[in-house]
Design a protein around this ligand. Structure first.
Ligand code: IPE
Ligand code: MG
Length: 232
């Protein structure tokens, strides 16, 4: 979700207004995904590198995060959304950590849409955590280094219980992954748009989905093989 700051600055407004506007987009896009029958939506809300921003902006983002969660949780729950947070939350203020746990517990039986919020998340961090858990199993004598497999790491990484992402969307014109779900995105279709996050709407989402639908996903196979598999 990139481009909040630029959206605000181009209107001579403080960056914070862009973040507030960005929350409105989140609300719209969560609803649009639910209505379309999309089952999982992961939003990159705050990266492990975002702490490098001026402390005032970080503070405002935390406040906005807390207020939004408090305000939206009833509606999310009513709409059958299961919310989950990934990332290292140890650096977050205590009240935010409590809210996160409460929101996850309250909505965990919901089945309409899995909404994942990546907060203080980094793809490198995620892989390191997974490796650490595998190393712990080795240290405990449960397996040996030569037993490590892709499946083993995949089983320890965030979102292991969910399907791999089909489509990645980055708004705001930059063409980078910026340490998002590095492991999980191995075969994900990437889509980049100039549209700034506050201006991203249902139509922009439809454009992204249309682009996705026009692609052939080969997973290493040839185009002919994929066509044959489809026919089978
Ligand atoms: C993304 O918008 C929101 C967060 C990282 C929280 P930016 O704040 O990065 O907006 P730009 O890139 O400065 O326009
Ligand atoms: Mg940015």
């Amino acid at each position: 979700m990139d481009g909040n700051g630029r959206w605000a600055r181009s209107r001579m407004l403080p960056r914070y207004v862009g973040h507030r506007e960005g929350v409105k987009t989140v609300r719209r896009i969560v609803e649009a995904c639910r209505n379309k029958g999309i089952k999982v939506l992961t939003l990159f809300a705050f990266s492990s590198e975002n702490w490098r921003r001026p402390s005032e902006e970080v503070g405002l983002l935390m406040d906005l995060f807390i207020r939004t969660l408090k305000k939206e949780i009833d509606t999310l729950h009513k709409n059958g959304i299961r919310i989950r947070f990934i990332g290292d939350h140890s650096a977050f203020p205590g009240d935010l950590r409590d809210l996160i746990v409460k929101a996850e517990t309250r909505t965990k039986m919901n089945t309409e849409l899995d909404l994942v919020i990546a907060a203080n998340y980094g793809g490198h961090w995620d892989i390191v955590e997974a490796c650490r858990r595998v190393a712990e199993r080795i240290a405990a004598g449960e397996c040996k280094p030569e037993d490590i497999t892709t499946e083993m790491i995949a089983g320890e990484i965030s979102l292991t219980d969910l399907p791999e992402p089909d489509l990645f969307i980055r708004t705001g014109g930059e063409q980078r992954i910026s340490n998002f779900l590095l492991w999980q995105l191995a075969y994900t279709e990437l889509y980049f748009t100039e549209t700034l996050w506050p201006a991203f709407d249902e139509h922009a989402l439809d454009d992204a989905i249309r682009s996705y639908a026009s692609r052939q996903r080969r997973f290493g196979r040839t185009g002919e093989q994929v066509e044959q598999l489809k026919g089978a």
